[in-house]
Design a protein around this ligand. Structure first.
Ligand code: SF4
Ligand code: SF4
Ligand code: SF4
Length: 170
């Protein structure tokens, strides 16, 4: 199983706003490679990955491929989507164990950074990836963050957003 860094291209690749041929999307965990979404998912009638997700974070985009929506919840890595995918797009053995998203906290929007005690994002993070330097300086450690997205909807000031990481095609 490839590590997060091996699976996704440079984790510090900045978001430049440059035009991409295809916009990068946040995909479910256990993704084998990005190109399989285009070749297999549009003709998949069941869209089983989305229907089995108890967190209801998998939505089907206009092109018929699954993407993640963290606005209500995040991924528990329950494995159900991969078990349901019969086309091998999501695969427990060959896919990534993490999600191609890197969560970031905006210092401008975060109330802790402005002197209010708040641990709303820290509590749901099972990876302990949200590090408080003192009481008022939370940062997300990219080496620990799995991209699960659980912290995003917990923030009362919508200070958490994400960058999309690019899969390294095998
Ligand atoms: S079940 Fe598999 S093939 Fe079908 S939409 Fe989901 S990922 Fe694609
Ligand atoms: S692993 Fe579970 S919670 Fe995460 S996207 Fe798949 S079905 Fe949803
Ligand atoms: S910081 Fe924690 S809760 Fe937020 S996406 Fe990363 S692992 Fe998940």
């Amino acid at each position: 199983m490839a590590s997060r860094r091996e699976f996704f291209r440079s984790i510090v690749r900045p978001v430049t706003g440059e035009k991409e041929e295809r916009p990068l999307r946040v995909r479910p965990p256990y993704t084998v490679k990005e190109s399989l979404f285009q070749s297999e998912c549009p003709q998949c009638e069941s869209k089983a990955c989305a229907t089995v997700c108890d967190e209801a974070i998998i939505v089907i985009a206009a092109d018929g491929t699954p993407i993640l929506n963290f606005t209500q919840s995040g991924c528990t890595f329950c494995e159900d989507c991969a078990k349901a995918c019969e086309a091998g797009v999501l695969d427990l053995e060959r896919g990534s164990e993490s999600i191609n998203a890197l969560l970031v906290i905006s210092k401008e929007r975060c109330i802790a950074h402005h002197g209010t005690i708040c641990f709303a994002c820290k509590e749901p993070c099972l990876e302990e990836a949200i590090l408080f330097r003192g009481l008022f300086d939370p940062v997300i450690d990219p080496d620990r963050c799995t991209g699960c997205g659980m912290c995003l909807s917990r923030c009362p000031t919508q200070a958490i957003s994400y960058r999309t990481l690019e899969s390294v095609e095998a």
